[in-house]
Ligand binder design. Sequence first.
Ligand code: NAG
Ligand code: NAG
Ligand code: NAG
Ligand code: NAG
Length: 495
Amino acid sequence: MKFIQFLGLATIASSVLASPVSVSKRAFGPNLVANGDFETGDADTTGYGAVTIPGWLVTSGGTPTVVSYGTSGFPSSSTTGPSNRGNNFFAGGDAGVDVSISQTLNVAAAATNIDSNKVQYSFSAWLGGYSTQSDQAKIVATFLDANGKNLTASTIGPVTATQRGLVTKFLSQSATGTLPSGTRSVKLDVYSSIISAGTYTDGYVDNISFTISDTSVKPITLSPPANTNVPKFDHVYFIFMENSNYNQIIGASAAPYLTSLSQKYTTLVNHYALQHPSDPNYIAVTAGSTLGKTGDDNVAVSARNIIDSLEDKGLKWRVYNDNMPSVCFKGTSGEYWQDDAPFYYYNDVGGNATRCQNIVPMVPYMANDHKSSSTAPNYAFLSADDCDDMEGCGIADGDSWLENRLAPLLNSTVWAEGNSLLIISFDEDAGQSSRSSGDSQRVATILVSPKVKAGCQAKTRYNHYNLLSTVNAALGLEPLTKNDLWAQTIQECWA
Ligand SMILES: *[C@@H]1O[C@H](CO)[C@@H](O)[C@H](O)[C@H]1NC(C)=O
Ligand SMILES: *[C@@H]1O[C@H](CO)[C@@H](O)[C@H](O)[C@H]1NC(C)=O
Ligand SMILES: *[C@@H]1O[C@H](CO)[C@@H](O)[C@H](O)[C@H]1NC(C)=O
Ligand SMILES: *[C@@H]1O[C@H](CO)[C@@H](O)[C@H](O)[C@H]1NC(C)=O
């Protein structure tokens, strides 16, 4: 394998030397790829949850992510790979489908030299995979003209399991050439493909580099996206229903109420959950991280979470749990389980007797709190019990439960003031055990508010971290982690 790496480097050198133009006089500029080493954002704590990947757009598949070297079950700092590797690498994630991410480099500043065929490129990355499994990664650089027309493309990888000698490893791959005349941008598409059976997409990528022999093109500096669109709200409500694919809800005969809300308000039509099973999603959307959870374990954690952000700003909050027998009740009772809302997971919420008083039975507290603005929370998390959450007793049951339970809120004097936003989403898709739903974690999300456009379909790709950053923006909260810091707020469909 060292031989292959050496050959890769030798190829760069010889193609540069053998080039017909006098490239030797032209220095290659800096790496133009933003976050090509995947160090800018946070890695997921277990490698199973999706994260926000600064600088990259997710273009297909389920839950691509960033993993730290040494995470259990993944490559370590001593796995064959880049010598200077930093902490993190890119992986395909746990939705069990092919994924891709993309970034476009603007090279227009070198137009004159490009159009006289004087600009060379050097394109490289480390591509890897897991053990004998044949999941694999590749990167395609497509050279586009000023109109976005494809001129030609250059591909590195895929690195196969055979090339890796059937062991977990990264191999250096590279390509060089001349930017075709007319090139104004270079679109990089990074693919991680699932080939072996299994539920994790183990094509790995690190240290992507794309440099050109024209130093007039400068790398961009990434900065966290500003919120430009989300209005301020006095009250934000959040609810997860459970384990349903997008198409089982929107337009489905089993979900007439949610379908009617979708028509009346705004729907995120390209929205994804982060992980299987349920609880990491609940934690992520209230703490900005999956906090090491891979299952529904009910083990408490100490971590900053949205309740801390709310109290920092002096804002009021409630957790309304349906069929919880009493305020701050811990344990199970009939269909009520304490993991129906995530807050008992947080030592500084469920474990704090004062704060725990805000975890209340939905009936009668939600209706009572909403008789006046002065008693209504600024943020509330609503939860159904294990029957009505759509996982236990089905979609039709959960749909009519929502209609009944939301009526007192949507009919309240507080709602009528017009400064409220209700976000209805799903923790995960229906493929928790099989990963064979074909929906790859795409779930329905509806924004209900007088401040959204009626019947609007938001087509930008989002995930639960974008919901958290939107809640932050709506209430003026500080980000909790790099996941919500770097997640764009919902851009479209605000009235
Ligand atoms: C690889 O990534 C590490 C970590 O950010 C960085 O220090 C190093 O310069 C990168 N190497 C290349 C060849 O890009
Ligand atoms: C762009 O063109 C090249 C060959 O000219 C081709 O191999 C590649 O598939 C094309 N890419 C797209 C996205 O059409
Ligand atoms: C419990 O929560 C209250 C209200 O936020 C706070 O004032 C208090 O300091 C917390 N107690 C502990 C021990 O953290
Ligand atoms: C509000 O209450 C009225 C009458 O009680 C009912 O007909 C209507 O459907 C309710 N609206 C909502 C949004 O629940």
